[in-house]
Design a protein. Structure first.
Length: 378
């Protein structure tokens, strides 16, 4: 079954759109297919009833009609949201500078929960993540802060046989050491001061599904030994209890540190690392996958635009500025820049003056000189 079926007739940008969706590893076909989730039809549509009947025969849950050569990008919902009409300008620009086309690709990809990607390096990582997802093994994901380790973890869960079971994430660096054990393993009522009710903990909450231990290098050594036993024996003993409870959990772990150095320093157990590192994956810094920058930026604009308002589009010049930046803060830095751009922009276009790469108050005055109040006469 194809994820998306695009009719090439009356839609000259079909191949460029397919290339953007291919970057996210969606199954996209040009022309009618026996079955598909989303039918993308070039306008004009002379018989809406016939189009709906065609979509029904294909098993399509959505119909997206493209009105090409439009003066501006716009969306309209029909049939209770089951049909979406998109007015799409033809800028003549390459896909990664054409914000309207990137916005359309993001809109089409949204129901599938895929990673936002366009760079070949990201595509290769997605392919490997989906391959390892089919096997019930522990995965250790290493990579710089803000490079998408949790997003990759969710992709592994969604592509696994455990997809319909819980996905539970715990940030080991964000929870105080004296609370982490109780939250992870659970506790009985009265197990410690303040334990007024029992709590089953994250491990049992994730039973049958996937547990993500984010930044596991921050986990105290004492807890590492207990976690190792859970992985080996597949049982958990809550605090204050003498009863072992079976658990069936796939564990994914992430870290931004060099784990071999952590082991050498004595801050991480070698035996636990090798239990977790059955299959290693590594996320790349954003600077190592530059083609991801514009598609991520446009997707972030959609994510952070207030509900009910149209999503602004990046201008080609803004795309150029984003492409030239080194992004030392990776995806998180890019997200901050896009949120600032939404605040600064007045209309439907994110222009170069709205891209504030340096988060200093003086940058506001440089970016928005017209917004300064007129000084009073002396």
């Amino acid at each position: 079954m194809a994820d998306i079926c695009i009719t090439a007739a009356n839609f000259p940008q079909a191949q460029a759109l397919k290339a953007l969706l291919d970057g996210r590893r969606l199954n996209v076909r040009i022309g009618y297919q026996p079955t598909c989730h989303t039918l993308v039809q070039g306008a004009p549509v002379t018989d809406q009833r016939a189009l709906v009947e065609l979509a029904r025969k294909l098993g399509a849950k959505r119909i997206v009609v493209i009105e090409g050569q439009a003066p501006e990008f716009a969306l309209r919902e029909d049939l209770g949201g089951r049909m979406l009409t998109v007015s799409l300008p033809d800028s003549g620009l390459p896909a990664l500078r054409d914000a309207a086309l990137m916005a359309l690709a993001d809109l089409l990809a949204a129901p599938f929960g895929t990673m936002v990607a366009a760079d070949p390096n990201s595509g290769a990582l997605i392919d490997m993540a989906r391959r390892v997802a089919r096997f019930d093994v522990s995965v250790f994901i290493n990579g710089p802060t803000g490079s998408g380790k949790e997003v990759l973890s969710r992709l592994i869960h969604q592509a696994s046989p455990r997809a319909d079971k819980p996905f539970v994430a715990i940030n080991c660096a964000a929870i105080p050491e004296n609370m982490l054990e109780a939250l992870l393993f659970g506790h009985e009522k009265g197990a410690f001061t303040g334990a007024n009710t029992a709590n089953k903990g994250y491990l049992r909450a994730a039973d049958g599904g996937t547990l993500l231990l984010d930044e596991i290098s921050e986990m105290p050594m004492a807890l590492q030994a207990k976690l190792l036993r859970v992985i080996q024996e597949k049982v958990v003993t809550p605090l204050g209890s003498q009863t072992e409870t079976p658990v069936d959990v796939r564990i994914l772990a992430t870290s931004n540190r060099d784990m071999e150095c952590e082991i050498a320093r004595g801050t991480f157990r070698e035996d636990l690392y090798y239990r977790l590192n059955v299959f290693p994956l590594e996320t790349l810094a954003l600077s190592a996958r530059p083609q991801d920058v514009p598609v991520l930026a446009q997707a972030m604009l959609r994510r952070h635009t207030p509900e009910g308002l149209p999503t602004p589009l990046l201008s080609p010049e803004a795309c150029d500025i984003l492409a030239a930046h080194s992004w030392p803060g990776n995806v998180r830095e890019l997200e901050n820049v896009m949120q600032r751009a939404l605040v600064l922009a007045d209309g439907m276009v994110i222009a170069p003056e709205h891209i504030m790469l340096v988060a200093r108050p003086t940058s506001l005055f440089t970016a928005r000189p017209a917004a300064l109040p007129t000084p009073l006469a002396a």
